[in-house]
Write a protein that binds this ligand. Structure first.
Ligand SMILES: [Fe+2]
Ligand SMILES: [Fe+2]
Length: 381
C-alpha cells in the first residue's frame, strides 16, 4: 500500500513539475531567476521556487524553503526527478546561464562523489568504476554544454582536500580539450574518466605528504611520485578496464622528451589520453593547490605561460589548442601585478599571457612584455 502511495505521489509530483515547468520558465524578477534542477544535482543552501506537494495536496516543502542535505535525500527517496530553485544574480553569485549553473552543480556533486570514492578506496583498495564512469560522463556532458567554464572553477571557495577538486578539474579540462580536438563523444567520456582517475594512487599516500605546506624533500618527492604506480595497480585490478585508461593513469607524468616519470618514455610510447591529461594536470596544479592562500597560487596567466614554456615536452597540439582557447577568456580580469599595482587586463599576449597589457587604476596602460621584471601575480576575486 505504502509502495503504491509513493508511486502515486511521484506521479503527482511529476505532473506538478511539468505544469510548473511551463509557468516557471516565464517567471523571473530583476534579481532572481528560476532554474530547473535535477534533484541529484541540488546542493544544500539552494532555495525552492515552488511548493512541493503530496498527492492529497499537503505541502511537503514550501516555496522559499532553503534546501538541506537531508531534504535532498528525501526528494531522492520520493523519486522526484527535478525541482525549481532560485538562482541569485548578485555580484557574489553572478550565475545567470542555466548551463553554467548545471555544470557547477555537477561539479560540486562530483567532488562529493569523488571524496567518498577515495575514502572507500583507502579502506578497500578497490576502485568503484561504475561511480567514476557515471560521474565522468556527467562532467563531460555538462562541461561541453556549458562551453569554457574553466575560469569559474577558480572562483570557488577554499578547500581542505585539493586532490578531490584537482581530480574533477582535470576531468573537466581534459574533456574540454578532447572536445576542442574533435574526439568523438565516447572518447571524450573516456578521457574525462581517465582525468578523474589520474591521481587515484594518491589515495594510498599518507595525507600529511599531500598537505605539506612547504616544498617536499627529495625523499618525500620520491614517495610522492609513487602515486603513479599505486594508481596503475589500483586501476589495473578493475575487471575489463580499458587499456587506454590504465595507460593514461600510468603515463600522465611522462614527457615527450623522456624527462618525465615513472618510465622516462618518449613521445611515440605515450598514450594520447595521457598527453591530454598532462596538459590539464599541469594547468590545474598551480591553481588548485594552496587555494586557501590566493597569493601563493599561480594565476591562470602564469599557468598558461607554464604550458607555453613546456609546449615541446607536452603534446603541442593539445597544449596550443588549450592555451590559445583559454587566453580568449582571460581578458577583462582584475589582476595584481608582482610590483603591487592593480589593474584590468585589456589585451592578452597569447604567447606570454602573464605579460599581457594591463590598464592600471590611474588609467594608464602598461604593456608588461616591455617590463620583464613585472608580471601578473594573481587574479583579484
Ligand atoms: Fe599525478
Ligand atoms: Fe594530477
Amino acid at each position: 500500500m505504502w509502495k503504491y502511495s509513493l508511486i502515486y505521489l511521484s506521479f503527482f509530483l511529476l505532473l506538478c513539475n511539468n505544469c510548473i515547468e511551463v509557468l516557471m520558465r516565464e517567471i523571473t524578477d530583476e534579481k532572481r531567476k528560476i532554474i530547473e534542477h535535477r534533484t541529484d544535482f541540488l546542493v544544500p543552501g539552494m532555495e525552492l521556487a515552488h511548493d512541493i506537494c503530496s498527492a492529497d495536496g499537503k505541502i511537503l516543502f514550501a516555496k522559499n524553503s532553503i534546501i538541506s542535505q537531508h531534504n535532498i535525500q528525501k526528494l531522492g527517496n520520493w523519486q522526484i526527478p527535478k525541482v525549481f530553485v532560485y538562482a541569485e544574480v548578485t555580484a557574489a553569485n553572478p550565475i545567470v546561464d542555466p548551463k553554467i549553473q548545471k555544470f557547477l552543480n555537477t561539479y560540486n556533486q562530483s567532488v562529493l562523489v569523488v571524496q567518498k570514492a577515495f575514502d572507500d578506496i583507502r579502506a578497500t583498495q578497490k576502485v568503484p568504476l561504475d561511480t567514476f564512469t557515471a560521474t565522468a560522463a556527467d562532467i563531460a556532458e555538462s562541461v561541453t554544454e556549458a562551453g569554457n567554464v574553466i575560469d569559474r572553477l577558480y572562483n570557488l571557495p577554499p578547500c581542505d582536500d585539493y586532490t578531490m577538486y584537482h581530480s574533477v578539474n582535470v576531468s573537466a579540462i581534459s574533456a574540454l580539450i578532447a572536445t576542442w580536438l574533435k574526439f568523438p563523444p565516447e572518447q571524450v567520456n573516456a578521457i574525462s574518466l581517465a582525468g578523474l582517475l589520474h591521481d587515484v594512487g594518491k589515495s594510498l599516500l599518507p595525507p600529511e605528504l599531500l598537505h605539506k605546506p612547504y616544498k617536499l624533500s627529495p625523499e618525500e618527492y620520491e614517495q610522492y611520485r609513487k602515486h603513479v604506480s599505486y594508481g596503475y595497480e589500483l586501476v589495473s585490478k578493475i575487471p575489463d578496464i580499458s587499456q587506454s585508461i590504465t595507460a593514461a593513469v600510468f603515463q600522465h607524468h611522462e614527457r615527450r622528451d623522456g624527462s618525465g616519470y615513472p618510465g622516462g618514455i618518449t613521445d611515440y610510447y605515450i598514450h594520447p589520453y595521457a598527453k591530454i591529461i598532462a596538459v590539464a594536470d599541469l594547468y590545474d596544479e598551480g591553481l588548485t593547490i594552496n587555494r586557501e592562500n590566493p597569493q601563493s597560487m599561480l594565476s591562470p596567466y602564469c599557468s598558461l605561460q607554464k604550458l607555453w614554456d613546456e609546449v615541446y615536452r607536452l603534446d603541442p597540439k593539445a597544449c596550443i589548442t588549450f592555451a590559445d582557447t583559454m587566453a580568449d577568456f582571460l581578458s577583462g580580469n582584475r589582476v595584481m601585478l608582482t610590483d603591487g599595482r592593480e589593474g584590468r587586463v585589456v589585451f592578452i599576449n597569447k604567447k606570454k599571457p602573464s605579460s599581457s597589457m594591463v590598464q592600471l587604476d590611474d588609467g594608464s596602460v602598461v604593456d608588461l612584455s616591455e617590463h620583464p621584471e613585472v608580471y601578473i601575480h594573481y587574479v583579484v576575486r
